[in-house]
Ligand binder design. Structure first.
Ligand code: ZN
Length: 236
C-alpha cells in the first residue's frame, strides 16, 4: 500500500521516496504526494528526480490502483529500488484544493435547500463543475446560492481533517452528500469538517481555512436532465 502523504499534510510540495514497482512508464512508490485522479478531483502532475544521477522524469498522470498509487512518467527508465525526489506542480494542486474546498461550501448551501444532493462533479485546474438533483433551477437561484457561499467563505471557517471509525462517522447527519453513494466500505473513514458548516467522508485535498479560497465565481448552468442540474464555477 502506498503511503499517501497528501492525506497527512495537503501543503507538502516535495518528498523523497523509493520505487517499489515499475511497469514501463507506470511507477509505484513506497510513499507519494501525487494525488490520483479520484472523487472528481484531477490528478497532480510534477517531477520525479532520481537521486543517483539527477535524471528528471515528468509525472503526467497519477491513478489509484487498489491501495497503491501509480504515477505515469513521460519515459521509461526508473527501476525498482531507485530513490527519487518528488515535486508536485503546486500551482495546479493549490488551485484544485481551493476548488475542492469551495465545492464543499456549495454542497452545504445547496443541501440546506430541501436536502439537495450531488449527482456528479469534476474539478480541473480550469474550473469546477457540480451536478445537483435540483428541481427548481434558474440562473438567479444558483447565483443566490453562490452569493451565500461567498458570505460563508468570508467568515473564514477552519477546515479540519481527521479519522473516525465508520460507526461513529455514520451518526453524523449529512455525512454522505452524494446521491446514491453507499457508505464507503472501510472500517475507518477520513472526515473533512468545515467548522459549523459541513462534515463529509472524504479523501481529497483541502485548504486549511475558507479565506484561502478567495471568492467563488459563477460561470454558468446547464440542464443535463432530471437529476443533473449542472453548475460551473471558478475561484479567484
Ligand atoms: Zn473534500
Amino acid at each position: 500500500m502506498t503511503q499517501k502523504l497528501f492525506l497527512e499534510d495537503s501543503y507538502l510540495k516535495e518528498f523523497e521516496a523509493e520505487v517499489v514497482s515499475v511497469n514501463d512508464k507506470y511507477v509505484v512508490l513506497d510513499k507519494t504526494l501525487f494525488y490520483p485522479k479520484s472523487g472528481g478531483q484531477s490528478n497532480d502532475t510534477g517531477t520525479l528526480t532520481r537521486l543517483s544521477d539527477n535524471k528528471e522524469f515528468q509525472v503526467v498522470f497519477a491513478a489509484k490502483i487498489n491501495d497503491d498509487i501509480s504515477q505515469e512518467v513521460n519515459e521509461s527508465g526508473l527501476q525498482v529500488n531507485d530513490k527519487v525526489h518528488g515535486k508536485i506542480n503546486w500551482e495546479r494542486r493549490y488551485k484544485l484544493m481551493k476548488l475542492h474546498t469551495a465545492a464543499h461550501v456549495l454542497d452545504a448551501v445547496f443541501h440546506e435547500d430541501n436536502g439537495v444532493l450531488i449527482t456528479g462533479n469534476e474539478l480541473t485546474q480550469e474550473k469546477g463543475r457540480i451536478d445537483f438533483n435540483l428541481k427548481d433551477f434558474s440562473r438567479e437561484k444558483v447565483q443566490a446560492f453562490i452569493d451565500k457561499a461567498n458570505e460563508i467563505i468570508n467568515k473564514d471557517l477552519e477546515v479540519k481533517n481527521y479519522s473516525l471509525n465508520k460507526e461513529e462517522a455514520m451518526k453524523i447527519p449529512g455525512i454522505i452528500k452524494l446521491a446514491k453513494a453507499a457508505p464507503p466500505d472501510l472500517p475507518i473513514l477520513r472526515i473533512t469538517e468545515i467548522s459549523g458548516l459541513d462534515t463529509q467522508a472524504d479523501a481529497g485535498t483541502h485548504v486549511k481555512s475558507l479565506r484561502e479560497i478567495g471568492k467563488i465565481v459563477f460561470l454558468g448552468i446547464e440542464n443535463k436532465g432530471k437529476d443533473r442540474k449542472r453548475v460551473y464555477f471558478d475561484v479567484q
